[in-house]
Design a protein around this ligand. Structure first.
Ligand code: UD1
Ligand code: UDP
Length: 361
């Protein structure tokens, strides 16, 4: 049987979550060899290593150690490192995930050496080109050979851009992850006890988008709003956000429980038990929707339009009045969601890729 080598490029927190099931499923295919390249975009223990240990992922074969920097420096260092590894490893396909700088660098490096490019979470669009992630998505999709779309809207977005070859609608791998790990979170996470909170007696907030953090005035306003809410706010702080708060001496209200970024299982526990979630994260919005926990999105637009259409997510930007109105509107909706069994999105994506490499698709 012919063997295929698949090289996965990851670098940022949401990509570890997206890749975990794919790397695990790859072991069930006798014909697949997996190589993982970590770009080093995220490097703090609680932004990186903790995911590999907790989600029992194979350790990366390479870590480029790129770290933080301007987008140009970050992406060019990644392309340089990836280019060398691709020439050495000669994989049959490269998988990239989501919409970060690591995604775009993986896409450019793979296409420049002529390796088949597979994009997991293709077709998402916010239609806001000032977001670095939107540019990363458009550029990556435009050169991908296989595009795995988690929603019908994503397929339609690609069609509108003239991309239909190699497009596949598959279940969302983040949903399968959440189903699997929310059970573990229910049984094992002690985060609520540690933080002295009970189910539904707090809000959960995350903030890290550049447009919410780069302007200290905007971030100050948002933090002030959190301080005025009617419940404690558990706030796992992204290092980017922590830095801006510290550098600008922005004080947190007494109801804000600031914590370091938490591991995935604790994060799911915090999400499942929150009265509502306030976030600018793409992944967290989606998880709130899957868990049927009300979500107020601290952005003016979203690529996950289904979450808004369903009534579980309200786009409020950083406007105090809009945020408060959204929370009171959504309060009535809070309920518990019975989880179905995890699907097989990861296996399907790998099976489609193998067929494609064999020239059958
Ligand atoms: C990146 C992605 C974003 C994704 C997010 C997930 C891009 C353009 N952005 O944003 O799409 O939603 O990851 O969390 O790729 N830092 C640390 N330690 C770390 C990582 C970052 O201190 O381990 C700090 C540094 O000051 C750094 C800043 O955070 O400059 C921003 O990190 P970066 O990776 O550039 O972007 P994110 O905001 O994390
Ligand atoms: N997450 C986590 N701990 C945290 C914050 C987020 O495990 O402290 C998880 C979250 O559950 C989701 C993913 O990280 O699976 C989302 O990553 P992030 O918000 O950093 O990026 P985005 O999805 O916006 O690109």
């Amino acid at each position: 049987m012919k063997r295929y080598k698949i090289l996965h490029v990851v670098g940022a927190r949401p990509q570890f979550v997206k890749m975990a099931l794919v790397a695990e499923a790859a072991k069930t295919f006798g014909c697949l060899e997996t190589v993982i390249v970590h770009t080093g975009q995220h490097y703090d223990r609680n932004m990186s290593d903790v995911f590999f240990s907790e989600l029992k992922m194979p350790r990366p074969g390479y870590n480029l150690g790129v770290g933080s920097g301007s987008h140009a420096v970050q992406i060019s260092k990644m392309i340089d490192g990836l280019g060398r590894i691709l020439v050495k490893e000669r994989p049959d396909a490269v998988f990239v995930y989501g919409d970060t700088n690591s995604t775009l660098a993986g896409a450019i490096a793979a296409t420049k050496v002529g390796v088949k490019l597979v994009h997991v979470e293709a077709g998402l669009r916010s239609f806001n080109r000032s977001m670095p992630e939107e540019i990363n998505r458009i550029m990556t999709d435009s050169v991908s050979d296989i595009l795995f779309c988690p929603t019908r809207t994503a397929v339609d977005n690609l069609r509108a851009e003239g991309v239909s070859k190699g497009v596949f609608r598959v279940e969302d791998v983040m949903l399968d992850m959440l189903i699997r790990y929310s059970r573990i979170a229910e049984k094992k996470s002690k985060i609520l006890i540690t933080l002295g909170r009970k189910r539904v007696d707090y809000y959960l907030a995350t903030v890290h988008r550049s447009y919410n953090t780069d302007d200290p005035k905007r971030l100050r306003g948002l933090i002030k709003t959190f301080g005025l809410l009617d419940k404690p706010v558990i706030f796992p702080m992204h290092p980017r956000t922590k830095k801006v708060l510290r550098d600008n001496k922005i004080a947190l209200g007494r109801n804000i429980i600031a914590v370091a970024p938490v591991p995935y299982v604790d994060m799911l526990s915090l999400e499942m038990n929150a009265a509502a979630i306030l976030t600018d994260s793409g992944g967290v919005q989606k998880e709130a929707f899957f868990l049927k926990v009300p979500c107020v999105t601290l952005r003016e637009e979203t690529e996950w339009v289904e979450t808004v259409r369903s009534g579980w997510n309200i786009l409020a930007g950083v406007d105090e009045g809009k945020i408060k109105r959204a929370l009171s509107k959504l309060a009535k909706k809070r309920k518990s969601k019975a989880m179905k069994k995890p699907g097989s999105s990861a296996k399907k994506m790998l099976a489609i890729t193998i067929s494609n490499l064999r020239g059958k698709r």
